[in-house]
Design a protein around this ligand. Sequence first.
Ligand SMILES: Nc1ncnc2c1ncn2[C@@H]1O[C@H](COP(=O)(O)OP(=O)(O)O)[C@@H](O)[C@H]1O
Ligand SMILES: [Mg+2]
Length: 243
Amino acid sequence: MIEVSALTKRYGDFTAVRDLSFTVQPGEVLGLVGPNGAGKTSTLRSLAGIIPASSGLVRLAGHDLATDPVGAKRHLAFFPDEPRLFDYLTVRQHLAFVARIYGVAQHETISEPLLVELEIADKADQLPGELSRGMKQKLAIACGLLHGPKVMFFDEPLTGLDPLGIRRMKDSILRRAREGAAIVLSSHLLHLLQEVCSHVLILKKGEKIAHGTLTDVSAQFSNGEANVSLEEVFIRATGGSEN
Ligand SMILES: Nc1ncnc2c1ncn2[C@@H]1O[C@H](COP(=O)(O)OP(=O)(O)O)[C@@H](O)[C@H]1O
Ligand SMILES: [Mg+2]
């Protein structure tokens, strides 16, 4: 569903992501972790076609992102760490606008339950300026889910949410995975990632240093102990946050 082969992203002479390959199957949630500056956002933006990769192949739901970007983008949703909203559209108008862009017919049958699921139904007629950071994030997520994407990229989706919001977001992500979406999620909230992810990929200075199921990656850094937490794995794998 998500196929990434030898992805490299350079900014000028600086290589932010080097020769990265992995796949994510329907129903899988891949946690992308690594210290600040490891290249998580650069990877997610390249996979979503927000910025061009310098080299490598990306296929999403069978569509090559470079040669068939519209086909690929029809199936994906990208949730940035800082959601961008329209100042003069209400919550409900955002959803109507996005539905028009993606050609979602009778979108109210999808958007109204989404507002309830994400707990912003009571804000439906408010403008972004009247919403808290967490609510803006929820609105951006409702907009992204409207067209039923098969491939989802989340960059730090849990930051800025309250504990209940985090739990709801986890449930929403897991539900989309159960329904067959392939998901990549970056977060520093490792104890939460551990509850959501089937797989984990650890990046350090743009390079993949570990990748596999949570169990396999934990075993790789366990020194023989049972049940090593992802946080402990992260610290052992990356030598702490040195950037
Ligand atoms: N637009 C850009 N121009 C130049 N360098 C960038 C740009 N975006 C990110 N970088 C650099 O690429 C590296 C990876 O950044 P980023 O992908 O944001 O990492 P992460 O999301 O893991 O914190 C960092 O060293 C960062 O400074
Ligand atoms: Mg980032």
